[in-house]
Every structure is written in C-alpha cells, then in structure tokens.
Design a protein around this ligand. Sequence first.
Ligand code: ADP
Ligand code: MG
Length: 544
Amino acid sequence: MTSLDDLRLKCLSIDGRGYPNYKQIAGSYAAKGFTLFVDHVQGDPFASPSRLRVIVDALSANLPDWSYATPTQRIASADFMNRLLSAYFFKQSQHRGSGKSGMLDILRPGQEVLARTSVQVYADGRVEARFRAGLPAQGRRILGRQAAALVSEDIPQAVQQTLSSASFTPGALEEHVRCVEDAQMLRQQLNARGLIAFIADGAILPRASGVDERPLNAKNAKPFKGPEYLRVELDSQHSGPIKGLGIPAGVTLIVGGGYHGKSTLLRAIERGVYDHIPGDGREMVVSIEDAVKVRAEDGRAICGVDISNFINNLPNAQKTDAFVSENASGSTSQAAAIVEALEVGAKCILLDEDTSATNFMIRDARMQALVKSQDEPITPFIDRTRQLFDAHGVSTILVVGGAGDYFDVADEVIAMREYEPHVVSTQVKSIAEAMPSKRQVESPEWQALGARMPDAQSIDARKGRKDVSIKAYAKERVLFGRQEVDLSALEQLVEIGQARAIAQALLWGKGQAFAGQTSLALALRQIHERLSTEGLDVMERRPG
Ligand code: ADP
Ligand code: MG
C-alpha cells in the first residue's frame, strides 16, 4: 500500500494544476497507527467537500476492554470519540485557500447517544471515522502545499488527539460508557415492572431554549423530584439503585396550570427512547422503545391509512378505511399518525394537548347534544384510549390542561405544580364522581386494522440524470428523488443522520423488504433486524 508520505508528495506534485487533478489522490494510504482513505474527491472547490475516512489500528487506539466488548459499549465509545473529533475539527480546522479549502468536518452529535456511521468502533478494537475535507484551492488551482499539510499534519493530529485513548481526559470515556449502560439497564426493567417510563429523582428536564437541546442552566432549573405515590426503585449497572417516578402502563394524564412544566415532562419521556450523554440531565429518564409521540399535522399527505376507527361517514361518502389525502385536516392527520404508530407496533402513544386537534381529542356533552353522533364523523380519542389499552395493551400518556372529561378514562393523573409532580388520581376520581361530565361515551367496536403493502415501484429516488438522489438538509427535511419530505412533525427525530438513514432505508427496502408483498409492519421489522445485526452500513452496500 502507498504511504501517507506518498500522498503528501502527490499533493505537492499537482500544486498549481487544475482542480480535476485532485482525482488522482483517491485511494488508501498507510500512516503511523492508521490508514487514510480518500473515498470521493470533490469535482470543484465549491462542490460539497471530499469524503475521507481513517481506520485507526486497535493497537494505536488502545481502547480499554470494557469500552468495546459489547455492542452497547461500542456505540457509546464511538459516540464519545465522534464528539471529540467534531469539536476538534470545529476548533482546529484551518482555512487553507478559497471556499471551504482546508475545512474538516464530521457529523455533530446532539444530546443523544446513537448508533452512527460517522464514527464506528469495531469488535476488534479498531476505530473508523468518516469525515469531509475541503481540498485546498485558490480559485480553481490546486494548492498542493496546503493539501500536503492537510493530509500529513492536520489529519494525523486529529487522529492522535481524538481517536486514541492516550489523549482522553482520564475517566471521561468510562463515564460515557457507564452512563449509557445504566440507562439501558433502567429501560430493560420497565416492561417487567409494568412501567412505560421512568424519570429519576434529580433529573434536569427543561432545555436551554426551544432551539437548544442542552440543559437549562443549573441555577434556573428545578431538579425533578418524584412524588411518594408511583415512586419506584430500579437497579442500575454502575450507580446502585435509582429512585424516581415510574409511570405505569395504562392511561396517564399530565395535568396542571399553564407553564408549570407539563410539556417539558412529556418531551423528556419522548426522548427517553434514546440514551443521553453525561451532563444532559435526562441520563436516567427512560421510556419503552415503542413509545411514539403523535401530533396533528394539517396539510400532511396520507396514503391508504385505515382511520375508520376514528373517522367514519364523511359527508361525500369518502371511504376512510384506506384514506388518501394530499392535504389532511388536523383531525385526520392526527388519526393517521396514531394508526401508523399502531400499525408498526407502538405500545405507548404520547400526546400533548398543545399540538393536538381539539375535535379529535374531545367532544363535550353540549356539543354532543347539538351535533348528533350520526352527523359527526369523528370518534374522539377520549372514547378510544381505554379500548386501546384494555383490548390492545397500548398505553397513553396525555398532557391536558383544559379537557377535564379525560378524568373519566384515566388510570393515573400527575399534576405538575411549579415543575413538581404530584399524583392526584384519587382527587380526580372524586371530582369525576361529584361532577359527572354528562357526555355520551361513543365507542363503537374497534375494527382490526388491515395490513398495508408498500408498493416498491412507488419508491423513486431518481432525479434528473441521477438514478439515486437523496439529500438530507436537516433532520426535518429530506429530498428523496424529486420529492421533498417534511419530517418536522416527527418530534422524536433528533439528528440529521436519522433523516438520511430513513431515506436510505426506504431505498434499500425497495429491493429488499418492500419487494416481496410484505406488510409494512413486517418489512420495517425486517429492516430493523438487519440494521441491528449487520450495522447501518449494510444499506450502503449496493448489489454487484
Ligand atoms: P406547560 O406545558 O405546563 O405549559 P412547559 O413544560 O412548556 O409548561 O414549561 C414552561 C416553561 O418552564 C418552559 O420554559 C420550561 O423550560 C420551564 N421549565 C419546565 N420545567 C422546569 C424546571 N423543572 N425547572 C425550571 N424551568 C422549567
Ligand atoms: Mg405545554
């Protein structure tokens, strides 16, 4: 194999030439302790930067055994190094010419610890990092000396500073790995304990701002303190027994005055499907993996979803057992989102009144008296939530500030008062008895949902002359072929990489799971299964 020094010389030799000459540097180069791969060279200095990758030898990464023995440890360690490397690039990458010349960049993780392809730790202790580099140019002329410095100084330094245990702050990697292992162990206990979520005492739930997911500063944030009732103690792998609020399976309301922390609690539960980094504040807030946040999203498209359990007898005899709309209303969009979650096996639906369609959630006694149920297509969620749990084992956690009729269907009610939870279930029961809501329960029998079969032919990522064009602009915006997909209502997506992975999975599934007349639920399960056993990279491997 050629050495990094050969690459350096090659860069020097093309100094001053036209940019396309950079194509020659594609290839792999052995360096001290690692191998550098130049996988894709950008066509011009203003195109998206070149794709590079390093694989660090196990000996030179020198990771401690406990940091890469299990898949969880490998994900946590990779996440740790990804953070170091992205911070390093952010601080150190040097401007070496025009445009993005000299810039080094890698995916920047948020508050969650996720499996990613940007940095991976392998079972044999090697570490791989994939990043982008702006190959230096002045105008369209290659800056060979700058390129040589980039590959032979900047990159080796970055590797040495961030992908080798010798450079870590003592104890930091261990804290990171243990934090993730603790969270996973907490999450694993939920089902057996009949819980759907757990919020540890001392957790910091509020965030710095609506656009900053880091914790609110310690001075202003009130740490979470679970109420006496619903208090549970779970075991953790490294931190002993952990006490906190355990939300049982069933129908749970989160009530309280405006601005008392209801939505903040729900959002922490939503994110409890993920593990968090040390210092996030929600390290020990976990929920079952199948908890899905649902909201109204008027204007969204719906494709063949059976929403007839919620919406039936539309005025123009429109069928709702395979509902299609290019522009759904608030209520139909929310019905579809719930059914889509159920279709793929969600075991807990998370709802916030703030982002729900009122007419989907509730119809009170006065409205029932005015509009007879045969003239009203909507069976409100209040009349389905008990059925969902009693007959199908699907729990609901619902934030309500205004709709007291929900008292009738709740198992537990948690009142937030100045950011502090109190269990008021007994009080709520006596209020419900003393002040009956007088509304008529409208729950016709729940009709089993049919299985949708994805049509592989409809998955089309072509654009212009390209067979495949997938671009993720943000975690809420992906261009798939010529279709722009808006993911902003999926509030549990946390990183742009997830949006890209979903788009890729869709394309990968076209020739795989979606090809064989399989139900959507089964196809997604197959995809999920293969991704977790074979790794995310399996989607990149094209046949042939
Ligand atoms: P609600 O949904 O009850 O109206 P929110 O959850 O939106 O209230 O919270 C209102 C404000 O209070 C938000 O700015 C949030 O960040 C802040 N907040 C929530 N919980 C806490 C807490 N434990 N400590 C300090 N501030 C908090
Ligand atoms: Mg709110």
